[in-house]
Design a protein around this ligand. Structure first.
Ligand SMILES: Cc1cc2nc3c(=O)[nH]c(=O)nc-3n(C[C@H](O)[C@H](O)[C@H](O)COP(=O)(O)O)c2cc1C
Length: 330
């Protein structure tokens, strides 16, 4: 896919854009703008739940998605955590994958060429153990064909130093600024719910120059086999996801959207059009479908198909008209 750059001769101010997507039957404009990133619609798929897209190609019309965020990559290959790495829970799942991936060079060689052909914007998720890791990775990806934006995973609960940058406002601001200066792509920061005041971290990411915020990554949890007196996950603790965390994610999106001026992408337990609309009226400009991809691989398509009708039901002609319109005063 060729990305048109508009707006400025300074590459860091360039606007990445696709043609506006308008639903023909309802005439509703589905396109959304996340800072310098314009997406054809607000339905994305979340990192770590959609592989590198190839795995899902037979199930999902990839070109229709508002965005695809492949599994987080790191500078060097990582084997991931010891098994078990996933456990089913009531209304959700725990995972402690541990950012298992083959490293950035293997990604650029083996996965990016395919991702560049899928027809949807591709947002590369990266994680680092320290500042140099994050900034070095961002610089490595800078300018590569097929990349629409970069999502900084500063919120992985399953690796050492995984949440350092997502829990300390000063570290968060510095790493976002470093990434922003190292590349011309729009920068998203993905926040963890495992903090006392998520709005403080959101404000720090905004001050560092993030184009938008993805809210939330998984909630730290645990599962126990009491007969064997052992944890079920090899890493003892893991990240809880799925419908169980939707209320937490909704609350976090609402708090963050009230605190910052940049757009928020809602993530956490979204599986249906009703879930998606709840996030949008609570303050999300776009949404990511995560765990639902495992048990209903077409959930993102179903949400996308139902979206124009849901927006029209509210009398809206665009997504933007509905974002953050929930009234908290009764
Ligand atoms: C098995 C699994 C692996 C994940 N891997 C990543 C990852 O590599 N990077 C990341 O930013 N988030 C990762 N996540 C978190 C999801 O992207 C998402 O933020 C979270 O699961 C909440 O959304 P959901 O409830 O819709 O799944 C992973 C989640 C699951 C369930």
């Amino acid at each position: 896919m060729v990305w048109r750059r508009l707006g400025s001769s300074d590459p860091r101010l360039a606007l990445f854009t696709l043609p506006v997507t308008r639903d023909e039957s309802t005439n509703v404009d589905l396109s959304v703008r996340l800072g310098r990133l314009c997406l054809p619609n607000p339905v994305l798929v979340a990192s770590g739940t959609f592989g590198y897209a190839r795995e899902m190609a037979g199930l999902v019309d990839l070109a229709k998605l508002g965005g695809v965020i492949p599994k987080t990559i790191t500078r060097h290959p990582r084997p991931g955590n010891a098994p078990w790495r996933t456990v089913e829970t009531p209304a959700g799942m725990l995972n402690s994958i541990g950012l298992d991936n083959d490293g950035v060079e293997a990604f650029v060689t083996h996965h990016l060429p395919y991702l560049a052909t899928i027809g949807a914007p591709v947002i590369i998720s990266i994680a680092g153990q320290d500042y140099d890791d994050f900034v070095g990775l961002t610089a490595r990806l800078n300018g590569l064909a097929g990349v629409a934006a970069i999502e900084l995973n500063i919120s992985c609960p399953n690796v050492s130093h995984g949440v350092d940058f997502g829990t300390d406002p000063l570290m968060c601001e510095r790493v976002v600024r470093g990434a922003r200066e190292a590349c011309s792509f729009p920068i998203l920061a993905k926040l963890t719910p495992n903090v006392t005041r998520i709005a403080e971290i959101a404000l720090a990411a905004e001050a560092g120059g993030a184009d938008a915020l993805s809210v939330i990554n998984t909630c730290l949890g645990m599962a126990v086999d009491w007969r064997r007196r052992r944890p079920l996950l090899g890493n003892v603790m893991g990240g809880l996801s799925g419908p169980a965390i939707k209320p937490i994610a909704l609350r976090a999106v609402y708090q963050v959207a009230a605190a910052v001026k940049i757009p928020v992408i809602g993530v956490g337990g979204i599986a249906t059009i009703d879930d998606a609309m709840e996030f949008i009226v609570a303050g999300a400009t776009a949404i990511q479908v995560g765990t639902a991809n495992f048990y209903r691989p077409r959930a993102s398509m179903e949400i996308l198909e139902a979206l124009p009708g849901a927006l029209a039901e509210l009398g809206a002609r665009s997504v933007a008209e509905v974002v953050g319109t929930m009234r908290a005063n009764f």
